[in-house]
Ligand binder design. Structure first.
Ligand code: ADP
Length: 396
C-alpha cells in the first residue's frame, strides 16, 4: 500500500508471543514501543527470534498472543499488503527474468492502481537516488552484489512504505561493500525518515547503525536502548557479553563488603559501589571489564598480575590475551605494544569501568549507579571509538 495517509508509523508490541507447532516458544512477553521515524536494529544470536518478530509485523507469521500496533491500529485485522510495509531480505529475492526497472515497479503494479507513467517516474527517481539509473534495463544476473542490493532496497523505497523491515540485508556482501552499504542505508533512512526495523546477528552493525537497539535472547527482550547505553550500561551479563568485540572479560568474584576476591586478585571497591551492592553482595558475582578499559602495564593499587599468552596484531591496536590464574583476560593495547609470550604484566581496572553481575540471574548490579554517575560521560565515547576501530579492521 502506498503511504498516502498521515497516520504515524510508530510500532508497538504488547505482550507479543509466538509459539510454533503448539510447543516451541520463539518470542515471549515481548513489549516495546518504536517511535515514528526511528531506525531500530534487532540483534541477537541465531535462533533468538529476530526474524520471527519481523515476520509477525509483515504478516508472514501469525501472532499467537498479544498485539502489534502500527500507529493506533492493531495489525490483527489488516491484510499484509495493506500494512504499509516494505521488506528487504538477505537474498534480495529479485526476479531473475525481469529487468531492474520491472523488478522495482513490480510491487507498485501489483498493489496500487497508479498510472504507468507515475510508476515509471517513481522508479526512475528511486533509481537515481540509489545510483542504479544506468542499470534499469539490466537483468539482476548482470549486476554486482552491491547493485543487486541497491535494486532490492530501491524496490522497497519506491513503494513509499510507512515502515521498512530489513532482515540481514547486507549479509551477502563482502566486508568492504558491507561497510559502504551500511552508511548508504543510514543516509537513505535519514533522508526518508521512514521507521526502519533492521534485523542483524552482527552486534557491530547494531552499534553503528541504529537510534536504538533491541537485544533478544531466546525470544525474550534483554534490553532496548540507544547504542551507547547498551554498550556502557548493559542490562545483564548476556548483553554485556554479546555487545562489544572482543567481548567483555568476566571474572568470578565474591564480595566481603569492601573487597572483591577472585582467583588471582583482590579488588578494593569504592564506597559508592559497596553501597550499591549492599544487600546483594555475596559469593556469586561476576566482575566484568571491557578489553579497551583495562590499564595495561599499570602501577599503584588495585592491580592484577597476568601472564601474556597470545598477542594479536590488529593494526593501530593490538589485542593481548593474558592468563590470570586460569581465567583468560583480553586487553586492547596501542599498536606499538607487543609483549613477548610468557611476559608478566600488571593490569589495573578503574572502578569507573567495572561492571558487576549477579552470577545466577545475570542482572547488572551497578546499572542504577551507571545511569546516574557523572563519570559515565567518559565511558560514553567508548562505544563509538570501539565501533570505529572495528570498522577500520573490517575495511582492512
Ligand atoms: P533468528 O532470526 O533470531 O535466527 P528465528 O526467528 O528465525 O530466529 O527463529 C526463532 C526460533 O524459532 C528458532 O529456534 C527457529 O528454529 C524457530 N522457528 C522459526 N521458524 C519456525 C517455523 N516455521 N516452525 C518452527 N520453528 C520455527
Amino acid at each position: 500500500m502506498v503511504n498516502t495517509d498521515e497516520t504515524t508509523a510508530a510500532v508497538s508490541f504488547d505482550d507479543v508471543r509466538k509459539v510454533y507447532n503448539d510447543y516451541f516458544v520463539a518470542v515471549d512477553e515481548f513489549n516495546a514501543h518504536i517511535e515514528d521515524g526511528e531506525f531500530i536494529t534487532v540483534v541477537g544470536p541465531s535462533g533468538s527470534g529476530k526474524s520471527t518478530l519481523l515476520r509477525m509485523i509483515a504478516g508472514l507469521e501469525t501472532i499467537t498472543a498479544g498485539d502489534i500496533r502500527i500507529g493506533d491500529e492493531s495489525i490483527a485485522g489488516v491484510e499484509p499488503q495493506d500494512r504499509g510495509i516494505a521488506m528487504v531480505f538477505q537474498n534480495y529475492a529479485l526476479y531473475p527474468h525481469m529487468s531492474v526497472e520491472k523488478n522495482m515497479a513490480y510491487g507498485l503494479r501489483l498493489t496500487t492502481d497508479l498510472a504507468d507513467d507515475e510508476i515509471e517516474r517513481r522508479v526512475r527517481e528511486t533509481a537515481d537516488m540509489m545510483g542504479i539509473e544506468d542499470e534499469l534495463d539490466s537483468k539482476p544476473s548482470e549486476l554486482s552484489g552491491g547493485q543487486q542490493q541497491r535494486v532490492a532496497t530501491g524496490r522497497a523505497i519506491v513503494r513509499d512504505p510507512k515502515i521498512f523491515l530489513m532482515d540481514e540485508p547486507l549479509s551477502n556482501l563482502d566486508a568492504k561493500l558491507k561497510v559502504h552499504m551500511r552508511t548508504e542505508l543510514q543516509r537513505l533512512q535519514e533522508e526518508l525518515g521512514t521507521t526502519t526495523i533492521y534485523v542483524t546477528h552482527d552486534q557491530h552493525e547494531a552499534l553503528t547503525m541504529s537510534d536504538r537497539i533491541i537485544v533478544l535472547d531466546e525470544g525474550e527482550l534483554q534490553q532496548f536502548a540507544p547504542p551507547d547505553e547498551v554498550y556502557n550500561n548493559p542490562a545483564n551479563r548476556f548483553v554485556a557479553d554479546f555487545i562489544g568485540s572482543p567481548a567483555m572479560n568476566f571474572f568470578e568474584v565474591a564480595s566481603n563488603g569492601s573487597t572483591l576476591v577472585g582467583d588471582g586478585f583482590e579488588y578494593d571497591i569504592p564506597a559508592r559501589i559497596a553501597d550499591e551492592l549492599d544487600g546483594s553482595a555475596g559469593d556469586d558475582l561476576e566482575l566484568g571489564i571491557r578489553p579497551e578499559d583495562i590499564d595495561y602495564d599499570a602501577t599503584g593499587t588495585n592491580t592484577v598480575q597476568a601472564t601474556v599468552e597470545v598477542v594479536e596484531v590488529a593494526g593501530s591496536d593490538n589485542f593481548v590475551y593474558l592468563d590470570i590464574e586460569g581465567t583468560e583476560c583480553r586487553v586492547r593495547v596501542p599498536g606499538d605494544v607487543k609483549p613477548a609470550v610468557g611476559e608478566q604484566v600488571t593490569l589495573a581496572f578503574d572502578p569507573a569501568d567495572i561492571h558487576l553481575f549477579d552470577e545466577r540471574s545475570g542482572e547488572n548490579l551497578l546499572a542504577d549507579l551507571r545511569t546516574t554517575e557523572p563519570g559515565t560521560a567518559e565511558a560514553d565515547t567508548g562505544a563509538d571509538a570501539a565501533a570505529a576501530e572495528q570498522e577500520t579492521e573490517e575495511v582492512a
